[in-house]
Design a protein around this ligand. Sequence first.
Ligand code: MEV
Length: 338
Amino acid sequence: MTVCEAPGKVYLFGEHAVVYGEPAVPAAIERRATVAAEPRDDDHVRVEAQDLSLDGFTVEYAGGTGDRPDVDVPRPLVEAAMGYVDAAVEQARDAADAPDAGFDITVESDIPLGAGLGSSAAVVVAGIDAATRALGEPLGRRELAERAYRAEYEVQDGQASRADTFCSTMGGAVRVEGDDCDPIDAPNLPFVVGFDGGAGDTGELVAGVRELRAEHEFAADTVESIGDLVRTGEDLLAEADADADPEPALLAELGELMDFNHGLLAALGVSARSLDAMVWAARDAGAHGAKLTGAGGGGCVVALDESDATETALSFTQGCEEAFRAELATEGVRVVDS
Ligand code: MEV
């Protein structure tokens, strides 16, 4: 049995615009998806998914990926979760040149599904790593990230950037611009996450921005403005001492850019009442800045605050189901058992 775990992430800046070749800076956080893979004697794949938190439900599921669990949760989320496992197995078979390899797979995750914290990327990255290692064909990190991207791209019908999968593979903060992906130095930023208990449909949200951008020049300009903002944020991070606690001035400047980024994402139609409420609660509590993270439509916001005020304020905000401090995950995917 080979067991790997990969972190989720928050977007400091740049979601959605990254799909159109603008840069983005996601940062991995210490919430992980764990995938165990055990090769079988036949070519079947049996998946057991535990603790896949879906809007407050827990899916207890055992069966081949052809069957679907009988649970009262939004079907597309369950379909999507199983689709990612299927795609990861296909990538592992291809990488190990073992097209008929069968597996018993177990998935556990403490990253809420579809909530903007990179749950699907973490499942795919940990899944490919565990399955290829179980076949005795471990991959280098760059190839693993590339294959995880291809798996996500396939499941999301071509509406995926490399940001989530690269960040989950490498850990820390990364910079993604088109096909160029690199880890970057960043200080340990005081992330606070608020979760509304819901999820957005990434495919639909990305398609909505695509339409808006095709229809209106000002929407295309908005996407470009997000790119400009990300470049400004990158420069700030590059000048900072990654080994020291972040200076208050740096937090203030990054926070201002996060506020701006949230406004531009809202203009592109991907925020939600619950996300706006959490962003404002964080700002009122004195956070340096706050924005939605990920595809939007529901799910999570991320704020910067080294004090407890934002976490406390979020926990009392109507519509916020969970608020927590998210530590930067400096280590990306890792083996926990082999
Ligand atoms: C989803 O986590 C982030 C988006 O930018 C899509 C992507 O980058 O694949 C909306």
